[in-house]
Structure formats: structure tokens, C-alpha cells
Write a protein that binds this ligand. Structure first.
Ligand code: ADP
Length: 369
């Protein structure tokens, strides 16, 4: 069992900087939780507090039912993998893997057994790798040794602080899959920090989106994508990000419309309760690029869901095309099939899948639910 519980955790640096502003989170046993957010939002600080590498200014951290605020890092049963690997340069791979166990005076036989087991899991026992020094390894191999050092300890919880940031794009994908497999194999609690939303979506059972020292939303990958609770999360998750169009909700012949110069789209009955308080007021209408179609390829091209937009940029991506469009005051991007032949400056009939529409309060930026 390894549950991690954060209660009202705050971190202040001096009097001026509050890096973490009273966060609450329960991480379940065996769960893979990813903290994601822009640089400086407090992800690493939170992880370091869980590891015991930073004091907590206020609040309570528990591992299972034990409060660990004052337990030194080495006694927490928590292992951390760092972005810069933190390997000992003068030691071989074997010695790096064995080091923490030697320090804890494990019997030699047990050390060897655990090191070989970790080396097996991570593919580090090939071609004399265990005898090499870190400088004789590639970036990916060093990262594996860093992960191996935490595995040998058989901790209750693994913490990863941007472990793949120093790897090139291809290796990052490969290591991402390996970390996924590792979680499946070890079946243990993992908490992972990244600024990369794709990494977060692909790895996490649950994702914690942070901004400015606060948690904005906690959800599984599909929940986060389909039901972002505010414009920040909606814009942070997904690439290209969700489009935000500004306009008003207007009523006409018992129907409601989202309207702005050059745009008029009929709302569906399921939206009515959401926007009720904003009738004839400003609203932010959110729609993902894949939910906007060139009329030629649209399944349901009713005129009340269709507008005319001017093509500003055509960006072919191979499997699909990004069309950057403009209508009145609003610009937005559509992700369309690579069979689309739209050209720059063309006026195009564009269809919105209104069943995928999101609405946000322009003042609070919160989703209208
Ligand atoms: P992230 O991991 O999300 O990039 P951090 O947790 O590293 O963010 O930092 C959160 C905030 O705390 C930032 O504004 C950062 O500048 C500040 N901070 C981090 N460490 C220190 C420190 N030792 N002293 C002062 N401020 C710090």
C-alpha cells in the first residue's frame, strides 16, 4: 500500500514568494499521477516537499496513514528520479545502482540480486554496460540508470521530476513508453512532473493541472480534454489548443445563438441551462480545432451551424491540414483532412460541431456547467 495525501500544502520562500498556495490531493495506491503546468507554477516544489527535500511552510503530507512532514527524506520510503540524472560520475553503472543499498548496509547478496533485477528490467545488463562510467553512456542509458537507482530501493512511491527533458524527441518517446511499462510491471504509486501536456496525457491515470501555485483541475486524460473546468486548462491541453471566440448569446424565435460580427451559430438545447445567466451578455465560446469542418467534408452541414470564414494560413501536417481562419473579429484554427484543397484568401464555408461546444464566463474564465 502507498497512498499519498496532501492537505493544505503551502510553500513560501521568504516573505514574498508563495510557490505553492494550499493544495489538496489524494494519490491512490498504485496510481500514476502527473503534475503538469507552465514553468514556475510550483510542480517541482510540490514534488520536492513530498520527497522531503523542501520543508513545508504549512499543511500536512501523509504516506498511508503516517504524517511525514518531519520524517527525513532517507526514511520516507520514497525515491526520486531527477531531470539531470544525478549519477555519481566516478562510479560504474553497477556501483551507481548499488550505492543506496550499500549505504543502508544491505547484505552483498541482496544488493547483487536487486541490482541485477533492476538491470534486467531496464536492459542495462547488455554489452558490459554495468562496468561503464556514466560518461560512457548515452543520454537515454543514463536516464535508465537514474531510474534503476530508484527501483533497487523498492520504495513505496516513485517521484519523477521532468525525467525526460534532457533527451532528444525520439528518445523521449521511447523512454516515455518504458516508464509506462515500468509502472505496469512494478504496480506502484508514481508521481510525475512535466511541463509537456502530451507527456501528461499519455502517462497519467490522473492529471493535476497547476498554475500560479494552485491546482486548477484534477481529472483523467479524457475528462481533462472533454471537460476542462476553465479557459487555462482548455487552452493548455491539446495541440493546436482549443479556439476561444468572443461573442454574445442572443435569443431569436425561441432559439439561442452565439453571435458576433460574421458569426452566428445556433446553440443546442443542452447548452441552454449553461448560458442562461449570460443571455445578451458576452461569453467565451470554446471549440477544438478537430470539431470545425470545411463544409465539403462535414457530416451535418446545416446552415445554422455554418459560417463563412477567410483562410489566412494553410499548414499541411501530412496526415491532416491546419487551416487558420478569420471571421469578423475572431480568428481560429480548424484541423481538417489532408484531402482539403482550401487556399489562402479563399472564403470558405465552415461548419461547427455544436455538440462539442464549450462555454466559459469571460470574467471568471470558468466553464459554464
Ligand atoms: P515548476 O517546477 O512548476 O517550474 P517550481 O516549483 O520550481 O516551478 O517553482 C515555483 C516558484 O517558486 C517559482 O516562482 C520559483 O521561482 C520559486 N522558487 C523555487 N525555488 C525557489 C527558491 N529556492 N527560492 C526562491 N524561490 C524559489
Amino acid at each position: 500500500m502507498a497512498r499519498v495525501s496532501l492537505k493544505n500544502i503551502c510553500k513560501k520562500y521568504g516573505n514574498d514568494i508563495t510557490a505553492v498556495k494550499g493544495i489538496n490531493l489524494e494519490v491512490a495506491d498504485k496510481e500514476f499521477v502527473v503534475f503538469v503546468g507552465p514553468s514556475g507554477c510550483g510542480k517541482s516544489t510540490t514534488l520536492r516537499m513530498i520527497a522531503g527535500l523542501e520543508d513545508i511552510s504549512s499543511g500536512e503530507i501523509s504516506l498511508d496513514d503516517r504524517i511525514i512532514n518531519d520524517v527525513p527524506p532517507k526514511n520516507r520510503d520514497i525515491a526520486m528520479v531527477f531531470q539531470n540524472y544525478a549519477l555519481y560520475p566516478h562510479m560504474t553503472v553497477y556501483e551507481n545502482l548499488a550505492f543506496a543499498l550499500k549505504l543502508r548496509r544491505f547484505p552483498a547478496k541482496e544488493i547483487e540480486r536487486r541490482v541485477m533485477e533492476a538491470a534486467d528490467i531496464l536492459g542495462l545488463n547488455r554489452s558490459g554496460m554495468l562496468k561503464r562510467k556514466p560518461k560512457e553512456l548515452s543520454g537515454g542509458e543514463r536516464q535508465r540508470v537514474a531510474v534503476g537507482r530508484s527501483i533497487v530501493r523498492k520504495p513505496k512511491v516513485f517521484l519523477f521530476d521532468e525525467p525526460l527533458s534532457n533527451l532528444d524527441a525520439k528518445l523521449r518517446l521511447q523512454m516515455r513508453r518504458e516508464i509506462h511499462k515500468l509502472h505496469n510491471r512494478l504496480q506502484c504509486t508514481m508521481i510525475y512532473v512535466t511541463h509537456d501536456q502530451v507527456e501528461a496525457l499519455t502517462l497519467g491515470d490522473r492529471i493535476v493541472v497547476m498554475k500560479g501555485g494552485e491546482i486548477l483541475q484534477v481529472a483523467d486524460p479524457v475528462g481533462l480534454y472533454e471537460k476542462p473546468s476553465n479557459t487555462f486548462v482548455a487552452g493548455f491541453i491539446g495541440s493546436p489548443p482549443m479556439n476561444f471566440l468572443k461573442g454574445r448569446i442572443v435569443e431569436e424565435d425561441d432559439d439561442l445563438y452565439f453571435q458576433e460580427r460574421g458569426i452566428k451559430l445556433r446553440l443546442l438545447p443542452q447548452h441552454y441551462a449553461k448560458v442562461a445567466s449570460l443571455k445578451s451578455k458576452e461569453v467565451v465560446f470554446g471549440i477544438r480545432p478537430e470539431d470545425i469542418y470545411d463544409k465539403i467534408f462535414a457530416q451535418d452541414a446545416r446552415p445554422e451551424f455554418t459560417i463563412t470564414a477567410t483562410v489566412e494560413v494553410v499548414e499541411p501536417m501530412g496526415s491532416e491540414i491546419f487551416l487558420y481562419l478569420n471571421a469578423g473579429k475572431n480568428s481560429f484554427v480548424a484541423r481538417v483532412t489532408n484531402q482539403d484543397t482550401a487556399t489562402v484568401n479563399q472564403d470558405l464555408q465552415i461548419v461547427f460541431d455544436m455538440s462539442k461546444a464549450h462555454f466559459f464566463d469571460p470574467d471568471t474564465e470558468k466553464a459554464l456547467v
